[in-house]
Design a binder for this molecule. Structure first.
Ligand code: BES
Ligand code: ZN
Length: 457
């Protein structure tokens, strides 16, 4: 029996196991789910153990890190796999066609929160390793798995401390992450860079209590009006960000990458239609791929203030707040950018408002070297798994820990994305196509052999 035959024979069981994994409501943003995260981590640890890997949980101040390994010998290369078992909050629940933590297959897709981001994608590598072990009794590489439970919260200090502390244990040749996307349906991709992120929250304080808007309106600054006005001054009409110094360290897209992007199939009309917008919006003189992959952004993720309940309430609210994230490109430093935003907002805030900013952390952009052997290994593995050669692209999302792998372990990361931008990650009705799960598992079987091959030269 070959590993691929093993995969074929175990398809139903594999799906049932993924469903078990997806049933844990491992929402890291909410403290009420702490026990669910713990149970999910324990289930995963046990699953690794059942596959024959040695596995353990490492407690953190938040959710445990699941670590597992199978070592065949120092003469072999080592892959360090990274993934996350935590998921985004499922709300708004009423928009789900089936409950987020009761996975089902509908129209060829597995519907559940985390099905694509990132339980389903991570699971492909467990199943790939299982198939090789079951078929061959050994592996062509050493494998180490680090699966964390706090990625959706920005992978706080806990994880970088763990990586720093366990440097020796985590020694490897390359990191492999499947937490990104294919270019499009049936066009797989190798991602050679991700944007970084800086995350902040702005609080605008006005009067010491909510005021009657008839009695006081006209004489008192309204924090909601004024915060919106300030937010309106963050971009100019060409989509450029007006924070002084924002673009100072921002590396311009290279010639080679712009050329790669230009070659990718793109139809603006389809893009608009799929997203339900009548026009696109963005920084002038950049293409959609450049805007989303290699240009920085500033977006309000949520805004709060005043009365939100049923009916009306005539008030001048005493406060307003906004959650803002900025996506960063190479050479931009998250804390520096957050500081520049704070300075600018404080400068433009009218004197009737007291402004506070809280910095929630960030990560720098990630760049994968395009020379060297690893991308070639990824390309060959994807070609085997998908029956089609991948394109090279970048993506706009962030995976904060990749920087720690580089700085603490000196390791580059290969991003082999099996998801799709249309999987609704971070949104209602998240799903993962069954074919993508299967092709992901086949790629996961091919990858260790390809890594062993390129490493042997
Ligand atoms: N899987 C995503 C990252 C991603 C999404 C990469 C799409 C490429 C394309 C990951 O789980 C995620 O959402 N990360 C957060 C990190 C943040 C909370 C620090 C993100 O990008 O918003
Ligand atoms: Zn993810």
């Amino acid at each position: 029996m070959t590993p691929l035959e093993y995969l074929q024979q175990t398809q139903a069981k594999r799906m049932e196991e993924l469903f078990e994994f997806l049933r844990f409501p491992s929402v890291s943003a909410k403290s009420e789910h702490k026990a669910d995260l713990q149970r999910c981590a324990e289930w995963l640890r046990k699953h690794f153990q059942d596959l024959g890997l040695s596995s353990s949980l490492f407690p953190t101040s938040g959710n445990p890190i699941v670590y597992a390994e199978y070592l065949v010998g120092p003469q072999r290369p080592t892959i360090l796999y990274y993934g996350h078992y935590d998921v985004q909050p499922p709300e708004p629940l009423e928009l789900w066609a089936s409950p987020p933590f009761e996975p089902v297959v509908r129209d060829g897709c597995i519907y559940a929160r985390g099905s694509s981001d990132d339980k389903g994608q991570t699971f492909t590598h467990l199943k790939g390793i299982e198939a090789i072990l079951k078929a061959e009794g050994t592996l062509p590489v050493n494998v180490k798995f680090l699966i964390e439970g706090q990625e959706e919260g920005g992978s706080p200090e806990d994880l970088s401390r763990f990586i720093q502390k366990e440097k020796k244990r985590l020694q490897a040749d390359i990191v492999v992450v499947s937490d990104t996307s294919q270019f499009s349906k049936d066009l797989p991709a190798v991602t050679f860079g991700l944007r970084g992120i800086a995350s902040v929250e702005i609080f605008a304080y006005g009067p010491n209590r909510d005021l009657h808007s008839g009695t006081f309106g006209g004489a008192i600054g309204n924090p909601v009006n004024l915060l919106c006005e300030m937010i309106g001054r963050l971009h100019d009409k060409n989509g450029r960000i007006l924070v002084p110094g924002f673009y100072q360290d921002c590396r311009l897209p290279g010639k080679w990458e712009r050329e790669q992007f230009r070659r990718l199939p793109y139809r603006e009309a389809n893009y608009r239609k799929e997203l339900g917008v009548t026009a696109l919006y963005g920084e002038k003189s950049y293409s959609t791929f450049e805007r989303t992959w290699v240009r920085p952004t500033l977006d309000v993720n949520g805004i709060q203030g005043g009365y939100q309940g049923e009916g009306g309430k005539t008030i001048i609210p005493s406060r307003a707040s906004a959650k803002i994230t900025m996506r960063l490109v190479p050479d931009m430093k998250p804390a520096d950018i957050a500081g520049k935003l704070e300075k600018y907002l404080k400068k433009i805030a009218p004197p009737c408002i007291r402004l506070e900013m809280v910095y929630h952390g960030g990560a720098e952009a990630v760049v994968v070297p395009t020379d060297g052997p690893w991308l070639e290994a990824a390309r060959c593995a994807i070609r085997k798994g998908f029956g089609k050669a991948p394109v090279f692209m970048k993506e706009g999302g962030s995976i904060p820990v990749a920087n720690n792998f580089k700085s603490s372990l000196g390791l580059d990361t290969l991003f082999l994305g099996f998801g799709l931008n249309s999987d609704n990650i971070h949104s209602p009705n998240e799903h993962f196509r069954v074919v993508d799960f299967e092709r992901g598992c086949r790629t996961a079987v091919a990858l260790p052999y390809e890594i062993a091959r390129v490493k042997a030269g």
